[in-house]
Design a protein around this ligand. Structure first.
Ligand SMILES: [Zn+2]
Length: 239
């Protein structure tokens, strides 16, 4: 599963966006929740983007961190998920929680909630956090303040605040709605002549058990289909 971002780093205007690490895979062994500061939570997407841009510029130009905004992802009260550094080293997680000799900025996936002590996280923000944690396979989750209380470095902080610490204590990400049940016996199935191709397409993930064989094909789907078979390029050559 991949992280269900609503906004890529480019879409919100990160100054130095980078692709996920490939040469040095970033081994996520936990999620670390942060808040963005002591102020109010953003209430609109536009406001969230403005704040991300200002934190990015601050981390890049004032702090001198060459990759800019020092978290892996952000969420906000409207419920959006923003890619920041993505699956790359984060740098905002000083200290070594276990301790296993690896600093948390090499193994903690840092998610920052665009809010602070003067606001509460919304249900949509909790759901966005849950979606990220679920997509990473439900690793352990800690709050930034726990790195200090574990006595292994970092600085004393109230981050990410009492509501998120309660979310962590309740392990709320394990209460995500279950996947839909498989279709019942009445679900339409392909005709016998189409069944072998249908099974192949299912094995490839192109369709699933909820796809209806009799559903129509749109014209855009049809031309993408022809294009991916190479037929449009072939016709262009013939012309
Ligand atoms: Zn923090």
């Amino acid at each position: 599963m991949s992280i269900p971002y609503d906004f890529t780093s480019e879409q919100w205007g990160m100054l130095r966006p980078k692709a996920d690490g490939v040469l040095l895979p970033y081994q996520v062994d936990k999620v670390i929740i942060h808040w963005g500061g002591s102020g109010y939570a953003s209430t609109t997407t536009a406001e969230s983007i403005k704040r991300l841009q200002s934190w990015d510029a601050y981390h890049l130009y004032t702090k001198g961190w060459s990759n800019g905004i020092a978290y892996n992802a952000a969420i906000d009260n409207p419920g959006s998920i923003f890619r920041l550094r993505g699956l790359n080293r984060a740098g905002a997680n000083r200290g070594d929680y276990e301790p296993d000799g690896k600093p948390e900025n090499e193994e903690g996936f840092a998610v920052v909630w665009i809010g602070g002590a003067k606001s509460q996280p919304s249900e949509a923000a909790f759901d966005a956090m849950t979606a990220i944690i679920n997509s990473l396979g439900n690793p352990p989750v800690i709050g930034h303040q726990e790195i200090y209380y574990h006595g292994t470095g970092g600085s004393r902080t109230a981050c990410p605040g009492g509501d998120w610490m309660q979310y962590i204590a309740d392990e709320e990400w394990l209460n995500a709605p279950p996947p839909p049940p498989p279709p019942d016996a009445d679900w339409p199935q392909p005709e016998a002549w189409a069944a072998p191709s249908w099974e192949k397409a299912k094995a490839l993930g192109a369709i699933n058990e909820f796809t209806v064989p009799g559903d129509g094909m749109e014209k855009d789907e049809f031309f993408v289909f022809l294009d991916r078979l190479g037929i449009l390029d072939m016709m262009a050559e013939l012309n």
